[in-house]
Design a protein around this ligand. Structure first.
Ligand SMILES: CC(C)(COP(=O)(O)OP(=O)(O)OC[C@H]1O[C@@H](n2cnc3c(N)ncnc32)[C@H](O)[C@@H]1OP(=O)(O)O)[C@@H](O)C(=O)NCCC(=O)NCCS
Length: 343
């Protein structure tokens, strides 16, 4: 048996830069009310959402990712050519293959960086971050770009009262690089596939292609509806509130810190009531800044945590070096939580 050279990476990894892109078009609740029987007051009080962004034809998954990544690379103070890996988490890129990550890696000017897409719903950022950290510590890349990007407006049924108001579009990106100290804690992650039916695409692509009208959902005008994301709101809500606070606590324990040591809490931006409930269960002290980007960005799935992180830093509500707990959870059901030092 041949003896292989051990791989040599950095001792630890750290987020070095963050960037975000929100589509130009801001969509207030009034627009959502054109298609569903609801009210601005109901949407705000049940979800916290006031506005969200919807992408136009030019704001593609790749275009939004490139914008967000350019900012993250500048923020990290490196050049695109130094990036050895590009990980894109998305569930809303319409081209099945090739991975959109390869186009992004090329257009950014990386030097043939390894590039691939992952599908981990609203936990996608945490999954990508964990992979990036592994690549850096293992030595297969010095810098890795992790992008969360969604065009959920393409997969939203505007006649569905349970979801029409929830989703938004956007991209968030971070550059992860080498560090002499631990700045990304152990990830607590997992999946509960027995609950996979609670958030899903209404109709799989093959069934949609067959086009049997008797089997497909129709809109109010009798046309076949395009597949969309549907969910059992209450079941997901209960799961998030009861189970995710435990996962968040486990991530704190794994990092060896307590809520008192935290500066910032950046949970997945799904619903402000879920955020409030987690803050209460975790008994987060007053001094902890809590991300509430959901109010003006809606739920952007994989993009929500990096977008919220970028906004907190841009507004000065959080600062470089702060200790933040991040937790994503969603379709799968999947989850990922970790403690990070902010770039
Ligand atoms: C979607 C969500 C906001 C709905 O809130 P909810 O309090 O659970 O609402 P319910 O579905 O129990 O409905 C409560 C009532 O409001 C009504 N309602 C539902 N949607 C409504 C809407 N858009 N506007 C007005 N009323 C609505 C229902 O008909 C029901 O009325 P009833 O009491 O007379 O029967 C909430 O379930 C949620 O946020 N779930 C988790 C979402 C999430 O995080 N998803 C992504 C995870 S990644």
């Amino acid at each position: 048996m041949a003896k292989l050279k051990p791989s040599k990476g950095a001792p630890y990894a750290r987020i070095l830069g963050v960037g975000g892109y929100r589509p130009v078009r801001v969509v207030p609740n009034e627009v959502i009310l054109e298609k569903i029987d609801s009210s601005d007051e109901w949407i705000r009080s049940r979800s916290g959402i006031e506005t969200r962004h919807w992408a136009n034809d030019e704001e593609t998954v790749a275009a939004m990712s490139i914008e967000a990544s350019g900012k993250a690379i500048a923020d990290a103070g490196i050049s695109a050519a130094q990036i050895g890996g590009v990980i894109v988490s998305t569930v809303s890129n319409f081209r099945q293959t090739p991975a959109v990550a390869t186009e992004i890696a090329d257009k950014l000017g990386t030097n043939k960086a390894a590039a691939f897409d992952i599908s981990a719903g609203c936990a996608g950022f945490g999954y990508g971050l964990t992979l990036a950290k592994g690549m850096i510590v293992e030595g297969s890349a010095e810098y890795v770009l992790v992008i969360g990007v969604e065009r959920l407006s393409d997969l939203t049924d505007l006649e569905d009262r349970a979801t029409a108001f929830l989703f938004g579009d956007g991209a968030g990106a971070v550059v992860v690089g080498p560090s002499q100290e631990p700045h990304i804690g152990p990830t607590v992650w997992g999946s509960e596939g027995d609950k996979s039916e609670t958030i899903k695409q209404t109709v799989p692509w093959d069934q949609f292609r067959i086009g049997d009208v008797s089997q497909l959902p129709l809109d109010s005008e009798g046309n076949v509806k395009f597949p969309a994301i549907t969910q059992e709101g209450q079941a997901v809500f209960r799961w998030a509130v009861f189970e995710m606070a435990k996962v968040a606590q486990q991530a704190l324990d794994a990092a060896g810190i307590t809520p008192d040591d935290l500066d910032v809490f950046i949970p997945h931006q799904a619903n402000e009531r879920i955020i409030d409930s987690m803050v209460k269960t975790l008994k987060l002290p007053e001094h902890v800044t809590v991300a509430r980007d959901v109010r003006t960005t809606g739920n952007t799935s994989a993009a929500s945590i990096p977008l919220a992180m970028e906004r907190l830093l841009a507004t000065g509500e959080a600062k470089s070096g702060d200790t933040a707990l991040v937790i994503g959870f969603g379709a799968g059901l999947v989850y990922a939580a970790t403690v990070v030092t902010l770039p």
